[in-house]
Design a binder for this molecule. Structure first.
Ligand code: NOJ
Ligand code: CA
Length: 567
């Protein structure tokens, strides 16, 4: 009840929202969807969300203090990037204990409190499971490295060199240099796809599998609703350790480009995903994948042939598309034709913020609203990235000595690292954007004075209120929740239009992805909605609030129009 009240409030605030047709007591009945299909996910980089104790680093109690905000925004589940004990070489993606919380983020008791409060706010917790590697400070690796006959020697990948001072093969670490680290104590190399401080686990060892599946159950029993699986592609390596083919040119770290054919995307990955899924199914939990794929066919594989692997492999190709109606239309058609449940993402902690990436340098706010309208009204589950809802921008370091992310130091200046997209959440226009009373771990861009939660809440035209309106609508509108995707006006080079149709209901979404005014006409008789009558649900364009027909709509540059059409 509380939740619905908050959403209705959001509706009132959202400009352009006309007669939303909602009933507080009524949530649309689901056509058999799982909870994660109707949910909106939100990624939190815990170092940067909210600092409760003034040490300049965000923490679990900070997140707990913002649950009201997240609830009012319309978030149903938060994915928290790794908050486990870690030497922080890769800011938590180097875990030294999977079953605890790093002191800088709080305690297990804080986690339990957050989980309980989350439940009260209707917000589930998703943790980040770093499955490919541990920290070199994890007791498993410390034992493994202690001698060549250690009990856990075979938990990691150890090999002799090809010859003196020559690693076992030519594989390159994604973070620079050889993927093999020499260990003088035991006269062997160990393998690390990422930093040397992130040794790869040997998933061919059943004990590793058991231990990691045990970790998953341990958190599920604590109330976690699922995991985002980190770097799943890198779980297995060719047992014969064959060299990879090299490609022309060098990468940003100055290493030869390489086709990672023998150390990524091996078929064995799918057996692990199936096993993890069996564990998850016992707890009605969801598995989200960090799945970087070249095309839809590759993405399809992560769902499992029988839908028995990841429920939510992320469509990260979406983040690589150019802001253009035909480009998105074509991509969405491919995903939709795959017959799987799409998982759309426009940003995360590893890529430049969506505001900058899709923006044209002049209309970035408008484009941010277009992108929000697009991925929050498509058929599928969206995963937001904190701060995108207020138009947060990259704040990239300009001097090497300021860089915190190690890949930015080793690769400078071609690779500047990921600090820019990880800066503290901008809560208000007071010192440090209200993120901390101390010194923030990363500098906050001056734009926080205008792009911040408190100010945007007051502005009916803000990006934040646009997001709130969209999220409220997608939770209440049955066609948006359940409807099929039907592309319209497929030859239009500027305006992306589609219908979300569910039984007798349909929502029309129209997005002008161009900087010039556009006129569009719709005849929806083939789709069974030929009356042409429309009722506006949400629009960025005040003159369209009272539109009554879809026969012709005149759109301002970058305008979004969402309306309910009738038969
Ligand atoms: C993907 C994570 O998103 C990234 O931040 C991390 O550096 C690598 N995996 C290694 O764990
Ligand atoms: Ca803190």
């Amino acid at each position: 009840m509380l939740r619905i009240t908050a959403r209705l409030l959001a509706l009132v605030v959202g400009i352009g929202l006309v007669s939303p047709c909602l009933h507080a007591q009524q949530k649309p009945a689901s056509a058999g969807h799982q909870w994660w299909q109707n949910a909106v996910f939100y990624e939190i980089y815990p170092r940067s969300f909210a600092d409760s104790n003034g040490d300049g680093i965000g923490d679990l109690n900070g997140i707990a203090s913002k649950l009201d905000y997240l609830q009012a925004l319309g978030v149903d589940a938060i994915w928290i990037a790794p908050c486990f004990p870690s030497p922080q070489v890769d800011f938590g993606y180097d875990v030294s204990d999977y079953e605890n919380i790093d002191k800088m983020y709080g305690t297990l008791a804080d986690f339990d409190r957050l989980e309980k409060l989350g439940k009260e706010h209707g917000i589930k917790i998703i943790l980040d499971f770093v499955v490919n590697h541990t920290s070199d400070q994890h007791p498993w690796f410390i034992n493994s490295a202690s001698s060549s006959t250690a009990r856990k020697r075979d938990w990691y990948i150890w090999r002799a060199g090809k010859a003196a001072n020559q690693p076992p093969n030519n594989w390159i670490s994604a973070f620079g240099g050889s993927a093999w680290q020499w260990d003088a104590k035991t006269n062997q190399y160990y393998y690390h796809f990422f930093y040397p401080q992130q040794p790869d686990l040997n998933w061919r060892n059943p004990a590793v599998k058991d231990a990691m599946f045990g970790v998953a159950s341990w958190w599920y029993k604590r109330g976690v609703a699922g995991f985002r699986l980190d770097a799943v592609d890198t779980l297995f390596e060719d047992p014969a350790l064959r060299d990879n083919a090299t490609l022309p040119g060098k990468n940003k770290q100055g290493d030869p480009n390489m086709k990672n054919e023998n150390n990524t995307k091996l078929p064995e990955v799918h057996q692990v995903l199936q096993g993890l899924r069996q564990v998850s199914d016992k707890y009605d939990a969801v598995l989200i994948g960090e799945t970087w794929t070249a095309d839809v066919n590759e993405l399809k594989q992560y769902y499992g042939e029988h839908g028995n692997e990841l429920q939510m492999p992320m469509d990260l190709m979406f983040t690589e598309l150019k802001f253009s109606a035909p480009v998105f239309r074509q991509h969405i058609a491919g995903i939709d034709a795959s017959g799987r449940w799409p998982v759309y993402v426009i940003g995360n902690h590893d890529i430049v913020r969506s505001w900058n990436r899709y923006g044209d340098g002049k209309h970035n706010d408008e484009i941010a609203k277009d992108m929000a309208a697009l991925y929050l009204t498509l058929r599928g589950t969206p995963i937001m990235y904190y701060g995108e809802e207020i138009g947060m921008q990259n704040n990239d370091p300009v001097r090497k000595e300021d860089v915190k992310d190690p890949i930015g130091r080793t690769g400078w200046p071609t690779e500047i690292g990921r600090d820019g997209e990880r800066t503290p959440m901008q809560w208000n226009d007071t010192a440090n954007a209200g993120f901390t009373t101390g010194i923030p771990w990363l500098p906050i861009p001056v734009t926080y004075k205008t792009y911040n939660v408190a100010d945007e809440l007051k502005d009916p035209n803000s990006i934040l209120n646009w997001y709130k309106g969209l999220l409220a609508l997608r939770h209440q509108d049955q066609a948006l929740l359940e409807g099929e995707y039907i592309a319209l006006n497929q030859d239009d080079p500027n305006v992306l239009s589609y219908l979300r149709r569910y039984k007798d209901e349909a929502a029309l979404v129209v997005i002008n992805m161009s900087a010039s005014p556009q006129k569009v006409n719709f005849d929806l008789s083939k789709q069974g909605f030929g009356s042409g009558v429309v009722k506006t649900l949400l629009t960025t364009q005040p003159s369209l609030k009272n539109a009554s027909s879809v026969k012709q709509l005149s759109l301002e540059p970058f305008a979004v129009y969402i309306g309910e059409v009738t038969k």
